[in-house]
Design a binder for this molecule. Structure first.
Ligand SMILES: NC(=O)C1=CN([C@@H]2O[C@H](COP(=O)(O)OP(=O)(O)OC[C@H]3O[C@@H](n4cnc5c(N)ncnc54)[C@H](OP(=O)(O)O)[C@@H]3O)[C@@H](O)[C@H]2O)C=CC1
Ligand SMILES: O=C(O)[C@H](O)COP(=O)(O)O
Length: 535
C-alpha cells in the first residue's frame, strides 16, 4: 500500500488563543479514529516497516506482520487520539526471534572487533541522517518537544559511535597473570583472562527516551559480541522501530537484532523469563523490581525511578540554582528519572530562591511539542491523573501554591509547591510531571536525611560556593550520582550512571554497560617447570 502523504502540520492545526493545544484542530473536526496528524512515520525511507495499518515487528532480518492479526494502539498524548498501531506479537514469534538471535550471536562473536565497530558507525550515520523523520515520531508518540526530540536522536548517534570506539579499545585488552604472586606458588602457570560475549541481551527501554535508552543498551551489547532482543515501550515503540530499521540498513547479520512489540504486561514475562535470554538491561519504573524477582540466574542492569533531591545552602548562587531547577526539573515536563523531584532549601534563603523560580516558571511556554513548547502534554491520562492526585494531596494537607493548578487533557501547567511537609505524598513519590515540591530546612542534616530516607537513590545535587562542604555533603548523600552546582543528569553518556536502593541494579554509562554485557574467560597454561622471563 503506498504511503499516505498528508499536508504539513501548519495546514492541519488551528491553535486557538484560549487553548494552545489546538483543540479545534482538523483532527478533532474529523472526529474519532485514527488521527490525521501529519507524520513522516513509516514513509519514504521507512516505508518497509509499515503495512499501511500497523508497524511491523523485526526478526530474522525481516520486517514481519504478526500471525496474531492483533495490534496495540498508541495514543498521541497531545491529541488523545490513536496515532499509530504496532503488532501484538505471539509467544511463538517471541520464541523464534530469540532462537534466531542465539544462532546469529554465535557468528557475531567471531566477527572481528573492527568489523563490529564499522557496522555500528554505519548505524550511527544512518540514524543521524534520519533525525528529522525520527524526531517527528517522538513528537507524535510521546509529545517530546521537537527540539528535544532531534537532540535525542543526534545524542543517540553519538552514543553508538562512542560505544564502537570504546569497545574496540576495551575488548582488545585482557589480563595476563602469573601464578607466583600468590603465596606458595612458583611461576609455572600463566593465566590469560579475556572478556567474552554474554549471549542474547534483552533490552527494555522506557517511554521517555525510547531512542537513547534503547541504543544505550543495544550499542554496548553489539560491540561486545552479543545479540539483542529489543522490547520497546508501547509508547515509543514506533520511534524504536525506526532506529531498528537503521540497524537493518547498516548490514548487521540477519537475526542478530530483533524488535518484538506488544504490551509489556502481556509478553513481558515471556521475554524476561525466557531461557534463551542471557542478560536483561531494563530502564523504567518499579516494574523493574518485579522483573528482578522473576529473572533467572542472569546479570541484570536496572535503572528505575528517582526522587532526585536538590539541597540549596545559604551561600548558594541562587540565580544558578533557580536556572538549574527550571532546566533540571521541568524539561520534558519533568518526565526524566534524573529530574529534580524535591528541593530542600535552607529557610534563610528559601523565599528568595522560590521567587526566582516562580519568576522563571512564568516564562515557560506551555503547549504542543510541534511548537517546541517547554511544557508539553505528559505521556498518558493515567500519568496526568497520578500527578493530579499528588498535587491534590499536598493541597489538602496545607501546602502553599505559587501558581493555579491548571490541566487540559494531558497538558499540565508547571507549578512549584511550597512549604511541603513530610506527611505529604509529594515529599516522597515521583510525579514524573511538571510539579516540584519545596521543603524548607533549618539544617543541612535535615536535607541529607530527607535524601537518604527515600527508597529511591538515583541522583541528587547541591548548590553551594564552598567546595569542601559540597564534597562532605555529597559523601553523605546515599545516591548513585551527586551533581555539585548543577542539576542531575545522565549525560554525557560515557559517565557512569547508576541508581542505588530501589533506583537500580548495576551501573550504566557506555564503558560500564559494555563490561556488564560480557563475562570473563580464563585460559591457564601449565608449564612443566617454573619459568621466569629474563631481560
Ligand atoms: N528510570 C527511568 O528513566 C524511568 C522511570 N520511569 C518511572 O516508571 C514509571 C512508569 O513509566 P513506564 O514507562 O510506564 O515504566 P514501566 O516500568 O511500566 O515500563 C518500562 C518498560 O518496561 C516494559 N514492561 C512493562 N511491564 C513489563 C513486564 N512485566 N515485563 C517486561 N517489561 C515490561 C514497558 O513496556 P510497555 O510500555 O509495553 O508496558 C516499557 O518498555 C514512571 O512514572 C516513572 O516513575 C519511567 C520511565 C523512565
Ligand atoms: O531515564 C531517564 O529519564 C534518563 O536517563 C534521563 O537522562 P537525562 O538526564 O540525560 O535527561
Amino acid at each position: 500500500m503506498p504511503p499516505i502523504l498528508l499536508p504539513p502540520p501548519s495546514l492541519l492545526r488551528v491553535a486557538s488563543a484560549s487553548s494552545p493545544s489546538g483543540a479545534d484542530s482538523v483532527c478533532d473536526r474529523l472526529g474519532p479514529g485514527l488521527c490525521c496528524c501529519y507524520s513522516m512515520a513509516g514513509q519514504g525511507f521507512f516505508q518497509d516497516i509499515f503495512d499501511g495499518e500497523a508497524f511491523k515487528y523485526y526478526a530474522d532480518g525481516e520486517w514481519k506482520v504478526s500471525s496474531s492479526r492483533a495490534s496495540v494502539s498508541i495514543t498521541n498524548p497531545s491529541t488523545l487520539k490513536t496515532q499509530f498501531k504496532v503488532q501484538a506479537c505471539t509467544q511463538d514469534e517471541v520464541n523464534k526471534a530469540i532462537e534466531s538471535a542465539e544462532s546469529a550471536q554465535k557468528l557475531w562473536a567471531k566477527t572481528p572487533l573492527w568489523k563490529r565497530a564499522e557496522a555500528l558507525h554505519k548505524f550511527a550515520g544512518i540514524l543521524k541522517d534520519q533525525k528529522n523523520a525520527i524526531a517527528d515520531v517522538l513528537v507524535k508518540e510521546i509529545a517530546k518537544p521537537l527540539k528535544d526530540a532531534v537532540t535525542e536522536v543526534v545524542r543517540s548517534g553519538d552514543l553508538v559511535s562512542y560505544s564502537a570506539e570504546e569497545g574496540i579499545r576495551l575488548l582488545a585488552e585482557g589480563k595476563f597473570l602469573v601464578s607466583d604472586s600468590f603465596p606458595g606458588n612458583g611461576r609455572n602457570k600463566y593465566c590469560l583472562a579475556s572478556k567474552i560475549p554474554i549471549g542474547v541481551v534483552l533490552a527494555i527501554p522506557p517511554f521517555n527516551y525510547p531512542i537513547n535508552l534503547a541504543v544505550s543498551k543495544i550499542a554496548p551489547a553489539l560491540i561486545a559480541g552479543n545479540a539483542v532482543v529489543l522490547k520497546p515501550p508501547t509508547q515509543g515503540a514506533v520511534a524504536a522501530l525506526h532506529i531498528v530499521h537503521c540497524i537493518h540498513l547498516a548490514g548487521f547479520p540477519k537475526g542478530l537484532v530483533a524488535a518484538i512489540t506488544g504490551k509489556g504486561s502481556e509478553i513481558g514475562d515471556l521475554l524476561t523469563m525466557h531461557p534463551g535470554i542471557n542478560c536483561i538491561s531494563f530502564t523504567g519504573g518499579d516494574t523493574g523490581i518485579a522483573i528482578s524477582r522473576k529473572a533467572g540466574m542472569i546479570p541484570l542492569q536496572m535503572e528505575l525511578g528517582g526522587k532526585d533531591c536538590c539541597i540549596v545552602l545559604e551561600d548558594a548562587d541562587l540565580e544558578l540554582a533557580a536556572n538549574n531547577v527550571i532546566k533540571g526539573g521541568y524539561s520534558y515536563s519533568g518526565q526524566r528519572c534524573t529530574a529534580i523531584k524535591v528541593i530542600c532549601v535552607m529557610e534563610s534563603v528559601a523565599e528568595e530562591l522560590v521567587q526566582k523560580i516562580v519568576q522563571r516558571i512564568s516564562k515557560l511556554k506551555v503547549g504542543m511539542p510541534e511548537d517546541n513548547c517547554d511544557i508539553t502534554p505528559v505521556v498518558s491520562q493515567s500519568s496526568a491523573n497520578f500527578i493530579q492526585g499528588l498535587v491534590e494531596d499536598a493541597q489538602k494537607k496545607g501546602a502553599k501554591f505559587h501558581q493555579e493548578w491548571k490541566r487540559e487533557g494531558n497538558l499540565i501547567w508547571p507549578i512549584l509547591i511550597d512549604h511541603v511537609t513530610p506527611d505529604m505524598r509529594i515529599a516522597w513519590e515521583e510525579p514524573f510531571g511538571p510539579v516540584i515540591p519545596v521543603i524548607r530546612i533549618k539544617t543541612v542534616e535535615e536535607g541529607i536525611h530527607h535524601c537518604n530516607a527515600n527508597n529511591f537513590a538515583l541522583q541528587g545535587c547541591i548548590f553551594t560556593k564552598d567546595i569542601n562542604k559540597a564534597i562532605l555533603i555529597s559523601n553523605a548523600m546515599e545516591s548513585g550520582t551527586i551533581q555539585i552546582n548543577a542539576a542531575p543528569a545522565r549525560g554525557p553518556d560515557h559517565f557512569p550512571f547508576q541508581g542505588l536502593r530501589d533506583s537500580g541494579i548495576g551501573s550504566q554509562g557506555i564503558t560500564n554497560s559494555i563490561i556488564m554485557m560480557t563475562k570473563t574467560k580464563s585460559t591457564v597454561i601449565n608449564l612443566p617447570v617454573e619459568s621466569y622471563t629474563m631481560g
